[in-house]
Write a protein that binds this ligand. Structure first.
Ligand SMILES: Cc1ncc(COP(=O)(O)O)c(C=O)c1O
Length: 405
């Protein structure tokens, strides 16, 4: 028997038996998905309020994205960057235009795009800013989440992400997120970049104080350092704008993108920056076998075409107001705090009532999939195709589990 023929208990046991236990999934075995909904192997339907950590901003199997993938599957799927293919320029051009930048460098996963941004910032520091060799510093924020590679976890402040994985990569300076005075003090002549999430997702959807991102921009300008915005989770419509950083009218020097760029179909990530930054890379200095492959570019270009209309951003803004109004009404009735923007919310449940894990388990029993993060915080991030009724239904289920305690 293969897992496709199994019911939930056997499929869970089989998965547990054959994989490293680096996740603690909810006991749900998904067999199919459509829009904001998934169906498990027993035929139970769930509203997906995690949306692949925002990789599914356009929902499961968005028809336009699936059509683009199918068309490309029938032509050519992989060439490597040793050759150019006919989907490459269109994707890069469209994405550069969406970002308002000169150039794009496609990779696959988010962590790879962050690594790319780190390498580009360091090289820019040495070749353009004139930092002495090996001395480049990058300022990052406490409670950041930028991925799982050894360099990236070197500057994580989460012991779970970091412990036992040393020795760590040097060259990173950590400041408290949201504290401009601390950031101002952290710059040195060797600072090449500030790398931050405009809204910290994994930390619990933490929105920085108003004016913070503008202050980061000003400090970067004053110290001739690059502002690198990790919009992997916050970008591409999630907060009601194309980029979360737009809410403060700030333009970073480099965007780091991933997740939704792959339309929920293939891993697609990228960095976008102007020529004086991204142009520092020369042939042979960086790359990836799969980065910018034809299938990824065809899907990525279709994603950018969806975002060019502004429809998803508008939907996220409008429905986000509804979601936040519904959640805010539960503050004092089981919720302690609600944060976020657009269709993205971090909610702190009264820890006397439920842990985050208990909350998401009870939500799953009621047909809503969400994910806890630290302690009693849960994140809600439905696909942007969710309807007003579906939102109201999910909020009602949350209210019900809080009332039941
Ligand atoms: C802000 C941010 N950066 C980077 C990453 C890493 O992306 P990936 O898991 O595709 O490597 C994530 C993933 O959650 C993220 O939220």
């Amino acid at each position: 028997m293969t897992s496709v023929d199994m019911r939930t208990p056997e499929a869970l046991a089989d998965a547990e038996r054959w994989t490293a236990h680096n996740y603690h999934p909810l006991p749900v075995v998904i067999a199919s998905g459509e829009g904001a909904w998934v169906t498990d192997v027993d035929g139970r339907r769930y509203l997906d309020f995690l949306a692949g950590y925002s990789a599914l901003n356009f929902g499961h199997r968005h028809p336009g994205l699936i059509a683009a993938a199918h068309a490309q599957l029938d032509r050519v799927t992989l060439t490597s960057r040793a050759f150019v293919h006919d989907q490459f320029a269109d994707f890069c051009h469209r994405l550069a235009a969406l970002c308002g930048k000169d150039l794009v460098l496609p990779m696959n996963t988010g962590a790879e795009a962050v690594e790319t941004a780190i390498k580009v910032a360091r090289k820019w520091g040495y070749r353009v800013k004139g930092v002495p060799d090996g001395q480049a510093e990058i300022i990052v924020a406490s409670d950041n989440f930028h991925g799982r590679t050894t360099t990236i976890i070197s500057f994580s402040t989460d012991p779970e992400a970091r412990a036992d994985f040393g020795p760590y990569t040097p060259g990173f300076v950590t400041v408290p997120y949201g504290d401009l005075a601390a950031l101002a003090d952290a710059f040195t002549a060797n600072t090449v970049a500030v790398l931050m999430e405009p809204i910290q997702g994994e930390a619990g959807v933490l929105v920085p104080p108003e004016g913070y991102l503008g202050g980061v921009r000003e400090l970067c300008d004053a110290h001739n350092a690059l502002f690198v915005a990790d919009e992997i989770q916050s970008g591409l419509g999630r907060t009601g704008r194309t980029f979360a950083i737009e809410h403060e009218g700030v333009v970073p020097d480099m965007y780091v993108l991933g997740k939704a760029l792959g339309g929920g179909i293939v891993p697609v990530s990228a960095v976008a920056a102007n020529r004086e930054v991204l142009g520092v890379l020369k042939p042979g200095e960086h790359g990836s076998t799969f980065g910018g492959n034809p299938l990824a570019c065809a899907v990525g270009a279709a994603v950018v075409r969806l975002l060019e209309t502004g429809e998803f951003q508008a939907r996220s803004a409008e429905l986000g107001d509804r979601l936040h109004a519904g959640l805010n009404a539960l503050v004092g009735r089981g919720l302690q705090e609600v944060r976020g923007r657009g269709l993205w919310a971090g909610v702190d449940i009264d820890p006397a009532l439920l842990t985050g894990r208990q909350a998401v388990e009870r939500l799953a029993e009621r047909g809503i999939l969400a994910k806890d993060t630290h302690g009693s915080t849960i994140r809600l991030a439905p696909p942007l195709v969710v309807t007003a009724d579906e939102l109201d239904h999910a909020v009602a289920q949350l209210a019900a589990i809080l009332a039941a305690g």
